[in-house]
Write a protein that binds this ligand. Structure first.
Ligand SMILES: *[C@@H]1O[C@H](CO)[C@@H](O)[C@H](O)[C@H]1NC(C)=O
Ligand SMILES: *[C@@H]1O[C@H](CO)[C@@H](O)[C@H](O)[C@H]1NC(C)=O
Ligand SMILES: *[C@@H]1O[C@H](CO)[C@@H](O)[C@H](O)[C@H]1NC(C)=O
Ligand SMILES: *[C@@H]1O[C@H](CO)[C@@H](O)[C@H](O)[C@H]1NC(C)=O
Ligand SMILES: *[C@@H]1O[C@H](CO)[C@@H](O)[C@H](O)[C@H]1NC(C)=O
Ligand SMILES: *[C@@H]1O[C@H](CO)[C@@H](O)[C@H](O)[C@H]1NC(C)=O
Length: 528
Protein backbone atom coordinates (compact mmCIF):
# COMPACT_ATOMS: atom_id res chain seq x y z
CA UNK A 1 0.00 0.00 0.00
CA UNK A 2 1.12 3.50 -0.71
CA UNK A 3 2.60 5.55 2.11
CA UNK A 4 -0.19 7.94 1.35
CA UNK A 5 -2.62 5.54 2.89
CA UNK A 6 -0.76 4.90 5.90
CA UNK A 7 -2.21 5.96 9.21
CA UNK A 8 -4.11 2.81 9.52
CA UNK A 9 -4.97 0.05 11.85
CA UNK A 10 -4.00 -3.55 11.34
CA UNK A 11 -6.21 -6.00 13.00
CA UNK A 12 -5.08 -5.31 16.52
CA UNK A 13 -8.17 -6.81 17.97
CA UNK A 14 -7.33 -10.18 16.60
CA UNK A 15 -5.26 -12.44 18.76
CA UNK A 16 -1.60 -12.09 18.17
CA UNK A 17 -1.32 -15.12 16.01
CA UNK A 18 -4.55 -14.68 14.12
CA UNK A 19 -4.74 -13.73 10.51
CA UNK A 20 -6.05 -10.41 9.36
CA UNK A 21 -9.84 -10.50 9.04
CA UNK A 22 -11.10 -12.07 5.87
CA UNK A 23 -12.74 -9.51 3.61
CA UNK A 24 -16.12 -10.92 4.40
CA UNK A 25 -15.82 -10.97 8.15
CA UNK A 26 -19.31 -12.26 8.55
CA UNK A 27 -18.98 -15.30 6.39
CA UNK A 28 -17.90 -17.85 8.93
CA UNK A 29 -20.53 -17.10 11.52
CA UNK A 30 -23.33 -19.49 12.16
CA UNK A 31 -26.04 -17.00 12.93
CA UNK A 32 -28.34 -15.58 10.29
CA UNK A 33 -26.41 -12.49 9.39
CA UNK A 34 -28.70 -11.26 6.72
CA UNK A 35 -31.29 -10.83 9.45
CA UNK A 36 -30.12 -7.49 10.84
CA UNK A 37 -27.50 -5.12 9.49
CA UNK A 38 -27.68 -1.34 9.63
CA UNK A 39 -29.72 -1.47 6.45
CA UNK A 40 -32.65 -2.56 8.58
CA UNK A 41 -32.00 -0.69 11.85
CA UNK A 42 -34.45 2.17 12.27
CA UNK A 43 -32.71 5.46 13.10
CA UNK A 44 -33.76 7.23 16.27
CA UNK A 45 -32.61 10.21 18.29
CA UNK A 46 -32.68 7.92 21.33
CA UNK A 47 -30.49 4.91 21.90
CA UNK A 48 -32.44 1.88 20.87
CA UNK A 49 -30.31 -1.26 20.90
CA UNK A 50 -31.44 -4.09 18.67
CA UNK A 51 -29.75 -7.46 18.10
CA UNK A 52 -27.61 -7.44 14.98
CA UNK A 53 -24.90 -9.37 13.14
CA UNK A 54 -24.24 -12.04 15.74
CA UNK A 55 -24.50 -13.25 19.33
CA UNK A 56 -24.19 -10.54 21.98
CA UNK A 57 -23.91 -7.80 19.38
CA UNK A 58 -26.38 -4.94 19.37
CA UNK A 59 -26.79 -1.97 17.06
CA UNK A 60 -28.32 1.46 17.30
CA UNK A 61 -28.58 4.07 14.59
CA UNK A 62 -28.39 7.34 16.43
CA UNK A 63 -29.81 10.45 14.78
CA UNK A 64 -27.68 13.47 15.67
CA UNK A 65 -27.53 17.09 14.49
CA UNK A 66 -24.95 17.63 11.77
CA UNK A 67 -24.02 20.71 13.77
CA UNK A 68 -24.90 20.66 17.48
CA UNK A 69 -24.85 24.49 17.49
CA UNK A 70 -27.04 24.92 14.41
CA UNK A 71 -30.03 22.65 14.16
CA UNK A 72 -31.07 24.07 10.81
CA UNK A 73 -28.09 22.25 9.26
CA UNK A 74 -30.03 18.96 9.47
CA UNK A 75 -29.14 15.58 10.90
CA UNK A 76 -27.23 12.39 10.21
CA UNK A 77 -27.51 8.86 11.59
CA UNK A 78 -24.43 7.47 13.31
CA UNK A 79 -24.05 3.69 13.36
CA UNK A 80 -23.06 2.39 16.83
CA UNK A 81 -22.48 -1.22 17.81
CA UNK A 82 -21.70 -2.88 21.11
CA UNK A 83 -20.78 -6.29 22.35
CA UNK A 84 -22.80 -6.56 25.51
CA UNK A 85 -21.27 -8.48 28.37
CA UNK A 86 -23.61 -6.92 30.89
CA UNK A 87 -25.54 -3.71 31.46
CA UNK A 88 -23.82 -3.50 34.85
CA UNK A 89 -20.36 -2.88 33.49
CA UNK A 90 -18.98 0.14 31.73
CA UNK A 91 -18.66 0.78 28.01
CA UNK A 92 -15.33 1.24 26.25
CA UNK A 93 -15.57 3.24 23.05
CA UNK A 94 -13.16 2.23 20.34
CA UNK A 95 -11.92 3.71 17.07
CA UNK A 96 -9.76 1.51 14.81
CA UNK A 97 -8.06 4.20 12.72
CA UNK A 98 -7.90 5.39 9.14
CA UNK A 99 -9.55 7.83 9.03
CA UNK A 100 -11.94 5.71 7.05
CA UNK A 101 -11.95 2.37 8.86
CA UNK A 102 -15.25 0.93 9.99
CA UNK A 103 -15.59 0.42 13.73
CA UNK A 104 -18.66 -1.70 13.03
CA UNK A 105 -16.63 -4.17 10.98
CA UNK A 106 -13.96 -4.38 13.64
CA UNK A 107 -16.41 -5.15 16.39
CA UNK A 108 -18.38 -7.68 14.34
CA UNK A 109 -15.11 -9.41 13.64
CA UNK A 110 -13.40 -9.18 17.02
CA UNK A 111 -15.95 -8.06 19.62
CA UNK A 112 -15.70 -11.26 21.58
CA UNK A 113 -11.90 -11.22 21.88
CA UNK A 114 -12.01 -7.53 22.66
CA UNK A 115 -14.54 -8.08 25.46
CA UNK A 116 -12.29 -10.68 27.08
CA UNK A 117 -9.36 -8.35 27.14
CA UNK A 118 -10.30 -5.83 29.83
CA UNK A 119 -13.85 -6.65 30.82
CA UNK A 120 -15.60 -3.59 29.44
CA UNK A 121 -18.50 -3.71 27.00
CA UNK A 122 -16.74 -2.84 23.72
CA UNK A 123 -18.57 -0.17 21.77
CA UNK A 124 -17.62 1.11 18.35
CA UNK A 125 -19.12 3.15 15.57
CA UNK A 126 -18.68 4.28 12.01
CA UNK A 127 -17.67 7.91 12.26
CA UNK A 128 -19.26 10.45 9.95
CA UNK A 129 -18.20 9.83 6.38
CA UNK A 130 -17.42 6.13 6.97
CA UNK A 131 -19.35 3.12 5.68
CA UNK A 132 -22.77 3.08 7.45
CA UNK A 133 -22.65 6.69 8.61
CA UNK A 134 -23.56 9.58 6.31
CA UNK A 135 -22.67 12.03 4.93
CA UNK A 136 -21.12 9.83 2.27
CA UNK A 137 -18.08 11.68 1.10
CA UNK A 138 -16.98 11.74 -2.50
CA UNK A 139 -14.58 13.28 -4.97
CA UNK A 140 -14.95 12.36 -8.60
CA UNK A 141 -11.41 13.31 -9.62
CA UNK A 142 -9.79 10.97 -12.07
CA UNK A 143 -8.88 7.92 -10.04
CA UNK A 144 -6.45 6.62 -12.60
CA UNK A 145 -4.19 9.66 -12.50
CA UNK A 146 -0.60 9.03 -11.42
CA UNK A 147 -1.37 10.23 -7.93
CA UNK A 148 -4.17 7.85 -7.26
CA UNK A 149 -3.31 6.88 -3.73
CA UNK A 150 -3.18 3.13 -3.93
CA UNK A 151 -1.11 3.10 -7.04
CA UNK A 152 2.60 2.93 -6.56
CA UNK A 153 4.49 5.35 -8.70
CA UNK A 154 8.10 6.22 -9.29
CA UNK A 155 9.47 9.58 -8.37
CA UNK A 156 8.80 11.63 -11.45
CA UNK A 157 8.67 15.30 -12.18
CA UNK A 158 7.79 16.90 -8.83
CA UNK A 159 6.45 20.05 -10.44
CA UNK A 160 4.04 17.97 -12.46
CA UNK A 161 3.02 16.02 -9.36
CA UNK A 162 2.34 19.23 -7.43
CA UNK A 163 0.23 20.66 -10.24
CA UNK A 164 -1.79 17.47 -10.46
CA UNK A 165 -2.35 17.45 -6.71
CA UNK A 166 -3.58 21.02 -6.75
CA UNK A 167 -5.84 20.42 -9.70
CA UNK A 168 -7.35 17.33 -8.12
CA UNK A 169 -7.81 19.00 -4.74
CA UNK A 170 -9.34 22.16 -6.20
CA UNK A 171 -11.83 20.04 -8.10
CA UNK A 172 -12.69 18.09 -4.95
CA UNK A 173 -13.14 21.27 -2.88
CA UNK A 174 -15.36 22.78 -5.53
CA UNK A 175 -17.49 19.66 -5.76
CA UNK A 176 -18.02 19.75 -2.01
CA UNK A 177 -18.85 23.43 -1.76
CA UNK A 178 -22.50 22.68 -1.07
CA UNK A 179 -22.36 19.16 0.31
CA UNK A 180 -22.36 18.08 3.94
CA UNK A 181 -18.70 16.96 3.74
CA UNK A 182 -17.72 19.85 6.00
CA UNK A 183 -19.42 18.08 8.94
CA UNK A 184 -17.12 15.02 9.01
CA UNK A 185 -14.15 16.45 10.90
CA UNK A 186 -12.62 14.78 13.95
CA UNK A 187 -13.90 17.50 16.28
CA UNK A 188 -17.47 16.69 15.17
CA UNK A 189 -16.79 13.00 15.75
CA UNK A 190 -15.78 13.49 19.38
CA UNK A 191 -18.95 15.54 19.91
CA UNK A 192 -20.93 12.52 18.69
CA UNK A 193 -19.01 10.31 21.13
CA UNK A 194 -19.87 12.58 24.06
CA UNK A 195 -23.49 12.82 22.93
CA UNK A 196 -23.67 9.02 22.85
CA UNK A 197 -22.05 8.75 26.29
CA UNK A 198 -24.57 11.17 27.79
CA UNK A 199 -27.52 9.30 26.29
CA UNK A 200 -26.13 6.00 27.58
CA UNK A 201 -25.78 7.48 31.08
CA UNK A 202 -29.34 8.81 30.98
CA UNK A 203 -30.63 5.42 29.85
CA UNK A 204 -28.95 3.90 32.89
CA UNK A 205 -30.53 6.45 35.23
CA UNK A 206 -27.37 8.51 35.67
CA UNK A 207 -26.81 12.23 35.27
CA UNK A 208 -25.74 12.78 31.65
CA UNK A 209 -23.91 16.01 32.45
CA UNK A 210 -21.36 14.23 34.59
CA UNK A 211 -21.09 11.04 32.54
CA UNK A 212 -17.50 9.89 32.02
CA UNK A 213 -16.05 8.32 28.90
CA UNK A 214 -13.73 5.32 28.47
CA UNK A 215 -11.92 5.25 25.18
CA UNK A 216 -9.37 3.16 23.28
CA UNK A 217 -7.94 4.45 20.01
CA UNK A 218 -5.38 3.07 17.61
CA UNK A 219 -3.49 4.95 14.90
CA UNK A 220 -5.79 7.73 13.62
CA UNK A 221 -7.96 6.65 16.57
CA UNK A 222 -5.29 8.27 18.78
CA UNK A 223 -6.03 11.61 17.13
CA UNK A 224 -9.68 11.06 17.98
CA UNK A 225 -8.61 10.37 21.59
CA UNK A 226 -6.28 13.35 21.81
CA UNK A 227 -9.05 15.59 20.47
CA UNK A 228 -11.52 14.04 22.90
CA UNK A 229 -9.25 14.79 25.88
CA UNK A 230 -8.66 18.36 24.68
CA UNK A 231 -12.39 18.94 24.19
CA UNK A 232 -13.64 17.27 27.38
CA UNK A 233 -10.77 17.14 29.90
CA UNK A 234 -13.18 16.84 32.83
CA UNK A 235 -15.15 13.97 31.35
CA UNK A 236 -12.57 11.26 30.78
CA UNK A 237 -12.03 8.15 32.84
CA UNK A 238 -9.75 5.90 30.79
CA UNK A 239 -8.08 6.91 27.56
CA UNK A 240 -5.69 4.39 26.02
CA UNK A 241 -3.90 5.62 22.89
CA UNK A 242 -1.81 3.18 20.86
CA UNK A 243 0.33 4.04 17.77
CA UNK A 244 0.20 7.78 18.07
CA UNK A 245 -0.40 10.53 15.58
CA UNK A 246 1.26 13.86 16.35
CA UNK A 247 -2.04 15.70 16.70
CA UNK A 248 -0.56 19.21 16.72
CA UNK A 249 0.87 18.77 13.23
CA UNK A 250 -2.09 16.75 11.91
CA UNK A 251 -4.37 19.77 12.18
CA UNK A 252 -1.88 21.85 10.18
CA UNK A 253 -1.67 19.39 7.28
CA UNK A 254 2.11 18.82 7.28
CA UNK A 255 3.27 16.12 9.65
CA UNK A 256 6.63 14.89 8.39
CA UNK A 257 7.56 13.62 11.86
CA UNK A 258 5.23 10.72 11.09
CA UNK A 259 8.18 9.21 9.20
CA UNK A 260 10.67 9.57 12.08
CA UNK A 261 10.93 5.87 12.86
CA UNK A 262 11.22 4.36 9.38
CA UNK A 263 14.99 4.13 9.69
CA UNK A 264 14.66 2.47 13.07
CA UNK A 265 12.16 0.04 11.58
CA UNK A 266 14.64 -0.91 8.86
CA UNK A 267 17.40 -1.29 11.44
CA UNK A 268 15.24 -3.65 13.52
CA UNK A 269 14.21 -5.53 10.41
CA UNK A 270 17.90 -6.07 9.61
CA UNK A 271 18.76 -7.05 13.17
CA UNK A 272 15.90 -9.51 13.53
CA UNK A 273 16.57 -10.91 10.05
CA UNK A 274 20.18 -11.57 10.99
CA UNK A 275 19.16 -13.12 14.32
CA UNK A 276 16.48 -15.31 12.75
CA UNK A 277 18.97 -16.57 10.19
CA UNK A 278 18.46 -17.71 6.63
CA UNK A 279 16.00 -20.45 7.53
CA UNK A 280 13.56 -17.61 8.08
CA UNK A 281 14.97 -14.60 6.30
CA UNK A 282 16.46 -14.95 2.87
CA UNK A 283 18.48 -11.74 3.25
CA UNK A 284 20.47 -13.31 6.07
CA UNK A 285 22.01 -15.92 3.78
CA UNK A 286 25.77 -15.78 4.21
CA UNK A 287 25.59 -12.55 6.19
CA UNK A 288 27.78 -12.16 9.24
CA UNK A 289 26.14 -9.17 10.91
CA UNK A 290 23.09 -6.95 11.19
CA UNK A 291 25.05 -4.28 9.32
CA UNK A 292 25.51 -6.61 6.39
CA UNK A 293 21.78 -7.28 6.12
CA UNK A 294 21.13 -3.55 6.40
CA UNK A 295 23.65 -2.84 3.67
CA UNK A 296 21.85 -5.30 1.41
CA UNK A 297 18.58 -3.47 1.95
CA UNK A 298 20.22 -0.13 1.22
CA UNK A 299 21.93 -1.54 -1.83
CA UNK A 300 18.58 -2.66 -3.24
CA UNK A 301 17.26 0.90 -2.90
CA UNK A 302 20.39 2.31 -4.49
CA UNK A 303 20.10 -0.07 -7.43
CA UNK A 304 16.51 1.01 -8.00
CA UNK A 305 17.38 4.69 -7.68
CA UNK A 306 20.14 4.48 -10.26
CA UNK A 307 18.51 2.06 -12.69
CA UNK A 308 14.82 1.47 -12.07
CA UNK A 309 13.38 -1.91 -12.95
CA UNK A 310 10.40 -2.24 -15.27
CA UNK A 311 7.27 -3.50 -13.60
CA UNK A 312 3.94 -3.82 -15.39
CA UNK A 313 5.48 -1.77 -18.16
CA UNK A 314 6.33 1.11 -15.83
CA UNK A 315 9.55 2.20 -14.18
CA UNK A 316 9.91 0.85 -10.66
CA UNK A 317 12.32 2.96 -8.60
CA UNK A 318 13.33 3.26 -4.94
CA UNK A 319 10.35 5.48 -4.20
CA UNK A 320 7.91 2.98 -5.70
CA UNK A 321 9.67 0.14 -3.87
CA UNK A 322 9.31 1.82 -0.49
CA UNK A 323 5.62 2.37 -1.20
CA UNK A 324 5.31 -1.27 -2.17
CA UNK A 325 6.93 -2.27 1.13
CA UNK A 326 4.96 0.13 3.27
CA UNK A 327 1.92 -2.15 3.53
CA UNK A 328 4.18 -4.90 4.89
CA UNK A 329 5.52 -2.69 7.68
CA UNK A 330 2.33 -2.45 9.75
CA UNK A 331 2.52 -5.97 11.07
CA UNK A 332 6.04 -7.42 10.88
CA UNK A 333 4.89 -10.94 11.69
CA UNK A 334 3.07 -10.94 8.40
CA UNK A 335 5.27 -8.47 6.58
CA UNK A 336 8.95 -9.17 7.34
CA UNK A 337 9.20 -12.17 5.04
CA UNK A 338 7.68 -10.19 2.23
CA UNK A 339 10.15 -7.35 2.77
CA UNK A 340 13.06 -9.81 2.77
CA UNK A 341 11.88 -11.66 -0.33
CA UNK A 342 11.19 -8.51 -2.31
CA UNK A 343 14.54 -7.01 -1.39
CA UNK A 344 16.32 -10.20 -2.42
CA UNK A 345 14.53 -10.09 -5.77
CA UNK A 346 15.66 -6.53 -6.38
CA UNK A 347 19.25 -7.52 -5.63
CA UNK A 348 19.13 -10.07 -8.42
CA UNK A 349 17.09 -7.65 -10.56
CA UNK A 350 14.12 -9.98 -10.73
CA UNK A 351 11.31 -7.51 -11.36
CA UNK A 352 8.44 -9.95 -11.00
CA UNK A 353 9.70 -10.96 -7.57
CA UNK A 354 9.89 -7.33 -6.42
CA UNK A 355 6.15 -6.97 -6.23
CA UNK A 356 4.00 -8.03 -3.29
CA UNK A 357 1.86 -10.93 -4.34
CA UNK A 358 -1.87 -10.46 -3.79
CA UNK A 359 -2.10 -13.04 -1.06
CA UNK A 360 0.63 -11.35 0.98
CA UNK A 361 -0.90 -7.89 0.97
CA UNK A 362 -1.78 -6.98 4.50
CA UNK A 363 -3.58 -3.76 4.16
CA UNK A 364 -5.99 -2.24 6.53
CA UNK A 365 -9.31 -1.57 4.90
CA UNK A 366 -10.10 2.06 4.54
CA UNK A 367 -11.60 4.35 2.01
CA UNK A 368 -9.14 6.70 0.37
CA UNK A 369 -11.79 9.32 -0.13
CA UNK A 370 -12.84 9.27 3.53
CA UNK A 371 -9.18 9.51 4.49
CA UNK A 372 -8.67 12.50 2.21
CA UNK A 373 -11.82 14.37 3.13
CA UNK A 374 -11.84 13.81 6.89
CA UNK A 375 -8.18 14.86 6.99
CA UNK A 376 -8.91 17.91 4.83
CA UNK A 377 -11.78 19.03 7.05
CA UNK A 378 -9.42 18.74 10.04
CA UNK A 379 -6.86 20.87 8.22
CA UNK A 380 -9.61 23.39 7.42
CA UNK A 381 -7.61 25.31 4.85
CA UNK A 382 -4.56 25.71 7.13
CA UNK A 383 -2.18 23.72 4.91
CA UNK A 384 1.07 25.69 5.06
CA UNK A 385 2.42 25.53 1.49
CA UNK A 386 0.75 27.68 -1.12
CA UNK A 387 3.25 27.45 -3.96
CA UNK A 388 5.35 24.78 -5.61
CA UNK A 389 8.51 26.54 -4.40
CA UNK A 390 7.41 26.41 -0.75
CA UNK A 391 6.35 22.79 -0.95
CA UNK A 392 9.50 21.72 -2.81
CA UNK A 393 11.69 23.48 -0.28
CA UNK A 394 9.89 21.67 2.57
CA UNK A 395 10.23 18.31 0.78
CA UNK A 396 13.95 18.90 0.10
CA UNK A 397 14.51 19.86 3.70
CA UNK A 398 12.78 16.67 4.80
CA UNK A 399 14.88 14.61 2.38
CA UNK A 400 18.05 16.07 3.87
CA UNK A 401 17.27 14.55 7.27
CA UNK A 402 15.07 11.57 6.42
CA UNK A 403 16.90 8.65 4.82
CA UNK A 404 13.78 6.89 3.52
CA UNK A 405 10.57 8.03 1.90
CA UNK A 406 10.70 11.84 2.04
CA UNK A 407 9.31 12.50 -1.44
CA UNK A 408 6.82 9.68 -1.08
CA UNK A 409 5.49 11.50 1.97
CA UNK A 410 5.48 14.89 0.24
CA UNK A 411 3.47 13.61 -2.71
CA UNK A 412 1.23 11.37 -0.60
CA UNK A 413 -0.01 11.96 2.94
CA UNK A 414 1.87 15.26 3.09
CA UNK A 415 -0.16 16.82 0.29
CA UNK A 416 -3.71 15.81 1.21
CA UNK A 417 -4.45 19.37 2.33
CA UNK A 418 -2.70 21.20 -0.53
CA UNK A 419 -5.17 23.60 -2.11
CA UNK A 420 -8.02 21.86 -0.28
CA UNK A 421 -10.68 24.04 1.20
CA UNK A 422 -13.53 22.26 2.98
CA UNK A 423 -14.10 24.34 6.09
CA UNK A 424 -16.08 23.01 9.06
CA UNK A 425 -18.65 25.22 10.81
CA UNK A 426 -17.34 27.30 13.74
CA UNK A 427 -18.51 24.77 16.36
CA UNK A 428 -16.45 22.05 14.64
CA UNK A 429 -13.26 24.02 14.01
CA UNK A 430 -10.82 22.47 16.46
CA UNK A 431 -9.10 25.33 18.30
CA UNK A 432 -5.84 23.40 18.81
CA UNK A 433 -4.06 21.73 21.71
CA UNK A 434 -2.84 23.47 24.81
CA UNK A 435 -1.24 22.09 27.95
CA UNK A 436 -3.94 20.94 30.38
CA UNK A 437 -4.46 18.59 33.30
CA UNK A 438 -7.32 16.22 32.46
CA UNK A 439 -9.31 14.71 35.33
CA UNK A 440 -7.70 11.30 34.73
CA UNK A 441 -4.40 10.02 33.41
CA UNK A 442 -4.10 9.20 29.72
CA UNK A 443 -1.95 6.19 28.76
CA UNK A 444 0.14 6.55 25.59
CA UNK A 445 1.55 3.35 24.08
CA UNK A 446 3.84 3.05 21.07
CA UNK A 447 6.34 0.67 19.61
CA UNK A 448 9.83 2.01 19.13
CA UNK A 449 9.83 1.45 15.37
CA UNK A 450 6.51 2.28 13.77
CA UNK A 451 6.83 3.54 10.21
CA UNK A 452 3.81 5.86 10.31
CA UNK A 453 3.18 6.79 13.94
CA UNK A 454 6.52 7.21 15.72
CA UNK A 455 7.50 7.16 19.38
CA UNK A 456 8.07 10.92 19.37
CA UNK A 457 4.35 11.54 18.80
CA UNK A 458 3.44 9.63 21.95
CA UNK A 459 6.05 11.55 23.95
CA UNK A 460 5.12 14.96 22.63
CA UNK A 461 1.38 14.54 22.97
CA UNK A 462 1.79 13.13 26.49
CA UNK A 463 3.47 16.37 27.54
CA UNK A 464 0.29 18.29 26.73
CA UNK A 465 -1.80 16.22 29.15
CA UNK A 466 -0.37 16.39 32.67
CA UNK A 467 -0.45 13.08 34.53
CA UNK A 468 -0.10 10.97 31.38
CA UNK A 469 1.89 7.74 31.22
CA UNK A 470 4.05 6.55 28.34
CA UNK A 471 4.90 2.93 27.53
CA UNK A 472 7.28 2.17 24.68
CA UNK A 473 7.60 -1.37 23.35
CA UNK A 474 11.11 -2.03 22.09
CA UNK A 475 10.05 -3.78 18.89
CA UNK A 476 8.82 -3.00 15.38
CA UNK A 477 5.26 -2.56 14.14
CA UNK A 478 2.17 -0.40 14.09
CA UNK A 479 0.46 -0.86 17.46
CA UNK A 480 1.70 -2.63 20.59
CA UNK A 481 0.17 -6.00 19.76
CA UNK A 482 2.52 -6.41 16.80
CA UNK A 483 5.46 -6.93 19.19
CA UNK A 484 3.98 -9.08 21.97
CA UNK A 485 5.27 -8.13 25.40
CA UNK A 486 3.98 -9.31 28.77
CA UNK A 487 5.44 -6.14 30.25
CA UNK A 488 3.29 -3.78 28.18
CA UNK A 489 0.24 -6.03 28.48
CA UNK A 490 0.52 -5.89 32.28
CA UNK A 491 0.82 -2.08 32.40
CA UNK A 492 -2.13 -1.65 30.06
CA UNK A 493 -4.32 -4.12 31.95
CA UNK A 494 -3.53 -2.40 35.22
CA UNK A 495 -4.41 0.97 33.73
CA UNK A 496 -7.69 -0.33 32.36
CA UNK A 497 -8.48 -1.70 35.81
CA UNK A 498 -7.47 1.10 38.17
CA UNK A 499 -6.48 4.06 36.00
CA UNK A 500 -2.87 4.22 37.21
CA UNK A 501 0.06 4.80 34.88
CA UNK A 502 3.80 4.27 35.44
CA UNK A 503 5.40 7.38 36.93
CA UNK A 504 8.19 7.41 34.40
CA UNK A 505 8.24 6.47 30.74
CA UNK A 506 8.64 2.69 30.66
CA UNK A 507 10.48 0.70 28.01
CA UNK A 508 9.12 -2.82 27.59
CA UNK A 509 11.05 -5.58 25.85
CA UNK A 510 9.01 -7.82 23.54
CA UNK A 511 8.84 -11.50 24.50
CA UNK A 512 8.81 -12.39 20.83
CA UNK A 513 12.08 -13.74 19.48
CA UNK A 514 13.48 -12.99 16.04
CA UNK A 515 11.91 -15.97 14.23
CA UNK A 516 8.46 -14.96 15.51
CA UNK A 517 8.53 -11.90 13.24
CA UNK A 518 9.34 -14.10 10.26
CA UNK A 519 6.43 -16.42 10.86
CA UNK A 520 7.70 -19.08 13.25
CA UNK A 521 5.00 -20.80 15.26
CA UNK A 522 4.11 -18.45 18.09
CA UNK A 523 3.78 -19.20 21.75
CA UNK A 524 0.23 -18.71 22.85
CA UNK A 525 0.62 -15.14 24.05
CA UNK A 526 -2.60 -13.60 25.07
CA UNK A 527 -3.48 -9.98 25.47
CA UNK A 528 -4.98 -10.19 28.94
C1 LIG B 1 -32.19 -14.94 7.37
O1 LIG B 1 -32.99 -13.79 7.63
C2 LIG B 1 -33.58 -13.21 6.47
C3 LIG B 1 -34.26 -11.91 6.87
O2 LIG B 1 -35.03 -12.07 8.02
C4 LIG B 1 -34.54 -14.25 5.86
O3 LIG B 1 -35.11 -13.70 4.68
C5 LIG B 1 -33.74 -15.49 5.50
O4 LIG B 1 -34.62 -16.49 5.02
C6 LIG B 1 -33.00 -16.03 6.71
N1 LIG B 1 -32.09 -17.10 6.29
C7 LIG B 1 -32.01 -18.26 6.98
C8 LIG B 1 -31.03 -19.24 6.42
O5 LIG B 1 -32.65 -18.48 7.97
C1 LIG C 1 -26.81 26.99 9.93
O1 LIG C 1 -26.92 26.05 8.87
C2 LIG C 1 -27.60 26.56 7.74
C3 LIG C 1 -27.81 25.41 6.77
O2 LIG C 1 -26.58 24.87 6.38
C4 LIG C 1 -26.80 27.72 7.16
O3 LIG C 1 -27.47 28.24 6.05
C5 LIG C 1 -26.62 28.80 8.23
O4 LIG C 1 -25.78 29.80 7.74
C6 LIG C 1 -26.04 28.21 9.48
N1 LIG C 1 -26.05 29.19 10.55
C7 LIG C 1 -24.96 29.49 11.24
C8 LIG C 1 -25.15 30.51 12.33
O5 LIG C 1 -23.88 28.99 11.01
C1 LIG D 1 -8.17 9.55 -16.54
O1 LIG D 1 -6.76 9.56 -16.74
C2 LIG D 1 -6.29 8.60 -17.64
C3 LIG D 1 -4.78 8.61 -17.61
O2 LIG D 1 -4.28 9.90 -17.58
C4 LIG D 1 -6.90 8.88 -19.03
O3 LIG D 1 -6.46 7.91 -19.94
C5 LIG D 1 -8.42 8.84 -18.93
O4 LIG D 1 -8.99 9.18 -20.15
C6 LIG D 1 -8.93 9.78 -17.84
N1 LIG D 1 -10.34 9.58 -17.63
C7 LIG D 1 -11.21 10.60 -17.49
C8 LIG D 1 -12.64 10.21 -17.27
O5 LIG D 1 -10.87 11.76 -17.54
C1 LIG E 1 31.30 -14.29 6.80
O1 LIG E 1 32.31 -14.88 7.57
C2 LIG E 1 32.90 -16.04 6.98
C3 LIG E 1 33.82 -16.68 7.98
O2 LIG E 1 34.62 -15.70 8.58
C4 LIG E 1 33.60 -15.65 5.68
O3 LIG E 1 34.15 -16.78 5.08
C5 LIG E 1 32.57 -15.01 4.77
O4 LIG E 1 33.19 -14.53 3.60
C6 LIG E 1 31.84 -13.84 5.46
N1 LIG E 1 30.76 -13.43 4.60
C7 LIG E 1 30.69 -12.22 4.08
C8 LIG E 1 29.50 -11.95 3.19
O5 LIG E 1 31.48 -11.33 4.32
C1 LIG F 1 9.64 -15.88 0.78
O1 LIG F 1 10.52 -16.77 0.15
C2 LIG F 1 10.55 -18.04 0.77
C3 LIG F 1 11.70 -18.82 0.19
O2 LIG F 1 11.73 -18.67 -1.19
C4 LIG F 1 9.20 -18.71 0.60
O3 LIG F 1 9.18 -19.96 1.21
C5 LIG F 1 8.14 -17.84 1.25
O4 LIG F 1 6.85 -18.36 1.01
C6 LIG F 1 8.22 -16.42 0.75
N1 LIG F 1 7.32 -15.62 1.58
C7 LIG F 1 6.72 -14.52 1.19
C8 LIG F 1 5.82 -13.86 2.15
O5 LIG F 1 6.92 -14.06 0.08
C1 LIG G 1 11.62 -14.15 -9.96
O1 LIG G 1 10.48 -13.96 -9.13
C2 LIG G 1 9.39 -14.78 -9.47
C3 LIG G 1 8.19 -14.37 -8.60
O2 LIG G 1 8.50 -14.46 -7.23
C4 LIG G 1 9.77 -16.25 -9.29
O3 LIG G 1 8.69 -17.07 -9.66
C5 LIG G 1 11.00 -16.55 -10.11
O4 LIG G 1 11.45 -17.87 -9.85
C6 LIG G 1 12.12 -15.57 -9.82
N1 LIG G 1 13.24 -15.77 -10.73
C7 LIG G 1 14.47 -16.00 -10.28
C8 LIG G 1 15.52 -16.13 -11.34
O5 LIG G 1 14.75 -16.10 -9.10
Amino acid sequence: MALANSILFTSLLSTLVAAVPTPDVLRAREVNLTAVTFASVVPSSKINWVPCYGPKLQCTYLTVPLDYKNTSAGTTDVAFIRYLISEDIEDLLFNPGGPGESGIEHLVDSGEQFAKRWGYNPVSFDPRGVKWTAPNVACSYNKSSTLEKRQIHPLGDLKKDWNEILEKNHACSLENKNTNAKYVGTYAIVQDMMHFTELQAAARGKDPKTALINYYGVSYGTLVGQTLVAAYPDRIKRVLLDANVYGVAHYQGWEPSGNDDIAHFIFLFSKLCFEAGDDWCVLAAGANSTEEVHARFDRALEILRLTPLKLDGKPFDDNAFLQELSGSMYNPRRGFRTIANLTASVLIRNASGAKVSRRDIVEPKTSDTALDIITSVDIAGRYPWKTYAQWKEAADKLASTLPYGAYGYATGLGSIGAGMSIIPPPSQLFPGFKAIRPRASVLFVNTVADHVTPTASARQMSKLFAGSGVVIVNGPGHGYTTSPSRCSNAIISKYMKDGTVPEKETLCEPDAKADYYFGAKAEAWTLE
